[in-house]
Design a protein around this ligand. Structure first.
Ligand code: SAM
Length: 332
């Protein structure tokens, strides 16, 4: 396995200066997939004109949004400012969603700071009468921010809202059913849940404990990204809440996880990121998947061609040494 990771690219200006010349999109640009399936825009999600240019009048059936969470790893904004900012892109999501559609938002809840931004975000969502709440999902991360003085924070929250009456396809986990005991009388005979269920496996409820957090040994790992969601979690959402060829939007592309899930499941993805570096990574991830069937770079990185696989840049070397091959940042 290669040991050639990139540091976090949003904060490492030295590295960004080296990579930006290789980024195809500059602010305002939109990349249209030569196969005409997907679009990637280098835009600000709170700029509605730019969002309209991305959509060109098309409506989406599903939105999967994963904004920066106002946690320590981001430049912290005052909570009210952050919620006002969220309200803007939520409104834009609503405007591009079809009358029957689903809206998912990944969020954090900082246990050391009044569980923000989750509660204020939920309250803000009440302004949107078109969205009805449907589920409050928690995904368990393998790693978290640990402490000996509190419960280790391993939660990742996912809110699910609907507009109108969208499709919903039940999804199963890989966890086998093991518990007996939910008895019910059917045609005069007492049956229990193991024989009544349609599947050998349990259904994905609103607590997901079967999704591996992305780390450097996984093929899907995209080094340089600091908040990559596991493909399995995105694919679960896409399968549950969209159909073949439906349009899925994601205004915060980052590693391009939503776009890749859509490619693998024959959906169309219109995605965006304000940062040209993450737009480029998203394009390259799609291209790599199409060319080699690979979902990521494991412990290599998306700019290996330009840097000849041996990115000897001082900053990257320092990073590789300091992390001693641990995972990506896992606050999210
Ligand atoms: C939490 S990450 C998304 C992670 C993504 N779901 C994944 O699995 O890779 C948030 C992303 O939003 C981008 N971003 C921040 N502010 C933005 C804005 N106003 N408009 C569009 N993208 C923005 C950041 O550059 C970052 O890549």
């Amino acid at each position: 396995m290669k040991n050639n990771p990139l540091p976090r690219l949003d904060t490492n200006q030295e590295m960004r200066d080296e990579l930006l010349p290789f980024c195809r999109l500059k602010p305002g640009d939109i990349w249209v997939d030569p196969k005409e399936r997907h679009r990637i825009a280098c835009i600000d999600a709170t700029d509605y004109e730019a969002v309209q240019q991305l959509m060109r009048g098309d409506l989406a059936h599903l939105a999967i949004q994963d904004p920066p969470y106002n946690l320590v790893a981001f430049e912290e904004r005052h909570i009210h400012e952050f919620i006002e900012w969220c309200e803007r892109w939520v409104r834009h999501s609503s405007l591009v969603l079809a009358p029957d559609s689903s809206f998912y938002v990944w969020l954090g809840a900082d246990q050391n700071n009044a569980f923000q931004p989750l509660p204020d975000f939920m309250i803000m969502m009440r302004k949107f009468n078109e969205f009805a709440s449907r589920s409050f999902i928690t995904m368990r991360n393998q790693r978290g921010y640990g402490t000996q003085h509190n419960w280790m924070a391993v939660r990742q929250e996912l809110l699910y809202y609907i507009k109108g009456n969208p499709c919903f396809q039940v999804q199963y986990t890989e966890i086998p059913k093991i518990l007996r005991g939910y008895y019910k009388e059917i045609n005069g005979r007492t049956t229990e849940n193991m024989e009544r269920g349609k599947s050998e496996n349990i259904r994905a409820g609103n607590v997901w404990v079967d999704v591996q957090q992305v780390f450097y040994r996984m093929e899907e790992n995209v080094s340089g990204c600091y908040a990559q969601k596991p493909l399995k979690s995105i694919e679960r959402i896409v399968l549950a809440s969209s159909g073949r060829d439906d349009i899925v939007v994601d205004f915060f592309a980052h590693s391009g996880a939503t776009l890749l899930a859509c490619e693998r499941l024959s959906r169309r993805c219109y995605t965006a990121d304000i940062d040209p570096v993450y737009c480029e990574i998203t394009i390259r991830r799609l291209e790599r998947y199409r060319q080699f069937g690979r979902t990521g770079w494991q412990n290599g990185h998306p700019f290996e061609d330009e840097f000849d696989g041996a990115l000897n840049h001082a900053a990257s070397t320092r990073y590789a040494e300091s992390t001693a091959l641990t995972s990506q940042t896992t606050l999210f």
